[in-house]
Design a protein around this ligand. Structure first.
Ligand code: 1DF
Ligand code: MN
Length: 348
């Protein structure tokens, strides 16, 4: 095994680490068995992790349900000082409204208890059910104020609907008022988008996840949500799901589209799309232990908006910690990347 440096001069805080209570896995299986939802990408994802005999699926299923000493042991073995826990995709968002609301509360209570037992090693984001926006906003407030959770995780689209729809904006209003971020974590593309991905097995983390989140964030930007909620902070993983690479073209084409009045529904924004990406967006390197991609994001978004993440247990590769340690950043920027940005953004 690769040597992982002890005392590198920063705490390694991993910010997109997945967990799921057994009760949620049971719900996933029920939704699949009873065909309660039309979502082929979800069927592919949890049809696999929920029961495939392969070593990858079995290890995943075991590890993801544990938020106890065995998880801490995996963290110790890989030099991770703290994990920020996110309810795994698609979270409660594939459940019926009332079940989703109660499963979100239940999960938040369970994860808060684990954090209480290991306050220096674990922190968590709150699950919310966008199916019920007003309840979601209330649950976020409860989770932050009474449970000490650090923001919200939303596993991207909810039954094919995206957060740029103002019907969801109670959630943004609550996050802004509480001064906590919303982490938009991927799930598979919704049915109206999934077919061409499914035909080649590309709907999951290999590509479909990233395309769907990038689309989701861009929808939020052009909707004007950040003009309505200028202090709203959104976090996305996987080195920004490709978005930083597109900024020049998005700015140019957005300005051209608005100026030419090509789209009646594309309204002028107060700022350029890239301004919102630099100011309102934070990105993590979850699942991407690759210098060119991380350093590109670092250059485009600046040293204060790029954070470390591992994506445990989906991507539990000890040598990737050594790769991140070796990134060509100044000492202070590396400390920001691994520790200080996470402490500030999530108030750890
Ligand atoms: C996978 C990857 C699954 C990530 C995930 O949650 C996930 C995967 C269901 O490899 O199937 O969070 N990821 O973030 O890269
Ligand atoms: Mn993930």
């Amino acid at each position: 095994m690769t040597e992982i440096k002890k005392d590198p001069g920063y705490r390694r805080i991993a910010t997109e680490e997945a967990w799921a209570p057994p009760e949620l896995i049971t719900e996933f299986r029920r939704v699949l068995e009873k065909k309660l939802i039309n979502d082929p990408a979800f069927e592919s994802l949890w049809g696999y992790y929920g029961g495939h005999p392969s070593e990858r699926a079995q290890n995943l299923l075991r590890r993801i349900q544990r938020i106890d000493e065995s998880r801490i042991a995996d963290m110790d073995a890989t030099g991770i000082d703290m994990q920020l826990l996110l309810l795994t995709a698609p979270g409660v968002q594939v459940l019926e409204r009332d079940t989703a609301v109660s499963m979100a509360k239940f999960s938040n209570d369970v994860v808060a208890e684990a954090v209480r037992k290991h306050p220096t090693r674990l922190a968590a984001l709150a699950a919310v059910a966008p199916q019920a926006p007003a309840e979601a906003a209330k649950e976020l407030e409860r989770a932050v104020k009474t449970l000490g959770l650090k923001g919200a995780v939303i596993n991207s689209h909810t039954r094919g609907e995206f957060l740029d729809d103002p019907k969801f904006w109670d959630i943004f209003a609550a996050a802004e008022a509480l001064d906590v971020p919303v982490y938009i974590h991927p799930s598979g593309p919704p049915p109206q988008m999934a077919q061409p991905f499914l035909e080649r097995g590309l709907e999951g983390a290999i590509f479909g996840f990233g395309v769907e989140v990038a689309l989701h964030v861009l929808r939020i930007i052009v909707s004007g949500a950040f003009d309505r909620f200028p202090k709203l902070k959104i976090v996305i993983g996987h080195t920004g799901e490709g978005l930083p690479f597109w900024l020049y073209r998005i700015d140019y084409m957005h300005a051209a589209s608005v100026r030419s009045q090509r789209y009646a529904h594309m309204k002028p924004l107060r700022k350029k799309p890239s301004d919102y990406i630099r100011e309102n967006l934070y990105i993590t390197n979850s699942g991407v232990a690759w210098e060119p991609s991380i350093m590109f994001c670092h250059k485009v978004l600046g040293p204060d908006h790029v954070l470390y993440a591992m994506d445990y247990p989906y991507q539990f590769e000890p040598q990737e910690v050594a790769i991140a340690d070796a990134l060509p950043m100044s000492d202070i920027d590396k400390k920001k990347f691994f520790q200080l940005n996470a402490e500030k953004l999530f108030k750890l």
